[in-house]
Design a protein around this ligand. Structure first.
Ligand SMILES: *Cc1c(COP(=O)(O)O)cnc(C)c1O
Length: 422
C-alpha cells in the first residue's frame, strides 16, 4: 500500500486545484448598461426588477415573486407575512445560516430546532412533528447544500396542523423534487443572491408564493410597508427597507440565464462523487430523496470513525495532504454556536424575546443529536461548476487511499470492524 502523503508518501493529486472561472461577463454588462440608460435605478420604475421577477416566476413555476435585498430579507418578509409574532414558535433546522432565524427573532418569536435526517441533513416530517406545540406558527425547511428536503410528508404535516411552511432555498438554486422546483411546495420559497450562492448579484433575494394576499403582505414587509402593488401608503405595521435596486436586478437577470448550466454541472459533479463514495467503506454520501435533483452548493462527506479506525481531524488532514481541499465540519448547530441564543438575549439591554417566552427550548448539547453527530463527523468538499471529472476522481482516489490506510491498521477482530448502523 502506498504511504500517505501525510507521512511523506506520494500525493494522490499533485496538480494545482483549479481556480474559479469568471462568473460575470457580457450578459451582466448588457443588462447593467440598459439599467443605467433607464435614468432610474429604483426597482419599481425601471424594467430590470420586473423582468427578473417574471423570469423567476417562469423558471420556478410560482406566479408571485417579491424582490428584496438579501436571502435573510426574503425569509424575514415571508415570516412576517405568515403572521409570526411575539409568543409564537417557528420550527427550523439547526444546520443553517444566521439568515434563517433572524426574521423569526426580530418578530419576537422563538426559534425551535428539529433534528436533521442523519444522511440527508434536512429536517423531516417526523422530526418537525416532535417539536410542534400549540404555539407553533410556522416551519422553515432549509434545503441544505442544494439537496431537496423530503417535502411531501412535510407539506401534508403542515396542512394537517395548520402551520405555514417556508422553504429556505438560499443554497438550493435549481434543485428539484419530482420535477418541481424547491420553493414551490410551501407557502413561501425564499432565495438568496449573495455572492457565495450558485448565482449572485452581490446581494439580493427573492420570495416566491402562489398566495395573492400573502404576496402583497410580503411585499409590504420588505419595503417599509409602502404598497407598491396598490399604490397606497398606509403604515399598517413597521417594516424594514429591504429593497433591491435595478443594478442588482440587472445582474441577477443575467445570472438566472446561466443558472440551468450551473445547476446541471453541479448536479453531475455531485452525483459522480456520490457514486464513487458509495464504494468506499466508512464514508457516507449525501442522501437525496427519491425524485430529488440536487444542485450541490457544497458537498458534505460523512465519515464513520468506528469503521475507519481514525478520528475525523486526522482523516481530514490526511486527505488534505493528498492534495484535496477538504476541511472538517460545516457550521456548528446554531443553538450551540450563537451567543444570543446561549445568552437568551437578542436585543440591547433586554432578554427579549426569550424572557417573555412560554418555554425556551433547551439550546444545549443533545438537543438535536443527529445534527451534532453529522457536524462532528463530516468533511466539507467545496464543489463548484469549474471542477471537472478529474478533480472528483482525484478526490475519490485520495479518500479511498486514506480510508484503506487507516482501516488496514485497525486491530483485527475489534468491535470497530462491525458495520456501523449510523
Ligand atoms: C445564505 C443563506 C441565507 C441568507 O442569505 P443572505 O442573502 O446572505 O442574507 C439564508 N439561509 C441559508 C441556508 C443560506 O445559506
Amino acid at each position: 500500500m502506498r504511504a500517505l502523503a501525510l507521512h511523506g508518501g506520494p500525493k494522490a493529486r499533485t496538480r494545482p486545484w483549479p481556480a474559479a472561472g469568471p462568473r460575470f461577463g457580457r450578459e451582466e454588462l448588457k443588462h447593467l448598461r440598459e439599467a443605467l440608460a433607464q435614468n432610474t435605478l429604483f426597482y419599481t420604475q425601471g424594467r430590470k426588477t420586473r423582468q427578473l421577477c417574471a423570469r423567476m416566476a417562469r423558471l420556478c413555476g410560482v406566479p408571485c415573486v417579491v424582490p428584496c435585498s438579501s436571502g435573510s430579507a426574503a425569509i424575514h418578509a415571508a415570516v412576517k407575512a405568515c403572521g409570526v409574532g411575539p409568543g409564537d414558535e417557528v420550527i427550523t433546522s439547526p444546520i443553517t445560516d444566521a439568515g434563517t432565524i433572524l426574521g423569526v427573532v426580530y418578530e419576537g418569536a422563538i426559534p425551535v430546532f428539529a433534528d436533521i435526517d442523519p444522511a440527508a441533513y434536512n429536517i423531516t416530517a417526523g422530526s418537525i412533528a416532535q417539536r410542534i406545540t400549540p404555539r407553533t406558527r410556522a416551519v422553515i425547511v432549509v434545503h441544505l447544500a442544494g439537496c431537496p428536503a423530503d417535502m411531501e410528508p412535510i407539506v401534508a404535516l403542515c396542512r394537517r396542523r395548520k402551520l405555514k411552511l417556508i422553504e429556505d432555498c438560499a443554497q438550493a438554486w435549481g434543485a428539484r423534487l419530482n420535477g418541481r422546483w424547491v420553493g414551490s411546495f410551501g407557502t413561501f420559497g425564499c432565495f438568496s443572491l449573495n455572492d457565495f450562492k450558485q448565482i449572485s448579484c452581490g446581494d439580493g433575494g427573492l420570495v416566491v408564493t402562489r398566495d395573492k394576499a400573502l404576496y402583497r403582505h410580503a411585499w409590504l414587509a420588505a419595503d417599509k410597508c409602502y404598497d407598491r402593488l396598490g399604490g397606497t401608503r398606509a403604515m399598517e405595521f413597521v417594516a424594514p427597507n429591504y429593497r433591491i435596486t435595478e443594478l442588482q436586478s440587472a445582474v441577477a437577470l443575467a445570472q438566472l440565464g446561466k443558472l440551468p448550466r450551473i445547476a446541471r454541472r453541479r448536479h453531475e459533479l455531485g452525483e459522480r462523487l456520490a457514486a464513487g463514495l458509495r464504494r468506499i467503506p466508512g464514508v457516507i454520501p449525501h442522501h437525496v430523496p427519491r425524485g430529488g435533483y440536487a444542485t450541490y452548493w457544497f458537498y458534505l462527506i460523512q465519515l464513520v470513525p468506528a469503521v475507519l479506525g481514525v478520528d475525523v481531524v486526522t482523516f481530514a488532514q490526511a486527505v488534505q495532504a493528498e492534495g484535496i481541499p477538504v476541511r472538517k465540519g460545516y457550521v456548528d448547530p446554531v443553538y450551540l454556536a450563537y451567543p444570543y441564543l446561549q445568552r437568551r438575549s437578542a436585543f440591547n439591554h433586554s432578554d427579549w424575546p426569550f424572557g417573555a417566552a412560554h418555554v425556551v427550548p433547551p439550546y444545549r448539547k443533545g438537543y438535536c443529536p443527529n445534527a451534532e453527530t453529522v457536524i462532528a463527523n463530516c468533511l466539507f468538499f467545496p464543489l463548484n461548476e469549474w471542477l471537472s471529472a478529474r478533480e472528483v476522481d482525484d478526490t475519490l482516489a485520495a479518500i479511498r487511499k486514506v480510508s484503506e490506510h487507516y482501516r488496514s491498521r485497525r486491530p483485527s477482530g475489534s468491535d470497530a470492524r462491525k458495520r456501523c448502523s449510523c
